[in-house]
Design a protein around this ligand. Sequence first.
Ligand code: ZN
Ligand code: ZN
Ligand code: ZN
Length: 153
Amino acid sequence: MNKTEALIMLKTKGFKHTDKREDILELFEDKDGYLSAKEIQTALKDAYPGLSFDTIYRNLSLFKELMILEETELDGEKVFQFHCTEHHHHHLICLRCGKTKTIEVCPMQDLSRLDPEFKVTGHKFEVYGYCKKCQKEMEKTDKLAESDLVNSR
Ligand SMILES: [Zn+2]
Ligand SMILES: [Zn+2]
Ligand SMILES: [Zn+2]
């Protein structure tokens, strides 16, 4: 899913095209990772000073309903990103930059055998860590901090 596809989807389903909706989708296009309602409000506060959480959430749940966005929870906060694929999948999530990567592996395939009497209706599975780029940057800052330490001696 991307902004262009999302706008077509909105139009096909008979939803009004508004600048606000387009601007929210634009943020997701640029982000390549999760966004919270708060981040959206902050990013759009110059363009729409009176933009309320209510309006943002209403749009986000509409986008979710239309399968434009997918939702998860990070640190107890609801976050959203463009829906990556139609079929069942999970994510690797970078804790530093928020980038996500889709993985096709699903642990439930093994877990479903544990209790055949339990009727499973859903599950959540997310893998947290640091992406390659962040690992490199973190190494760099570590080294800088080390050399600072040496220099200050
Ligand atoms: Zn996804
Ligand atoms: Zn990262
Ligand atoms: Zn799964």
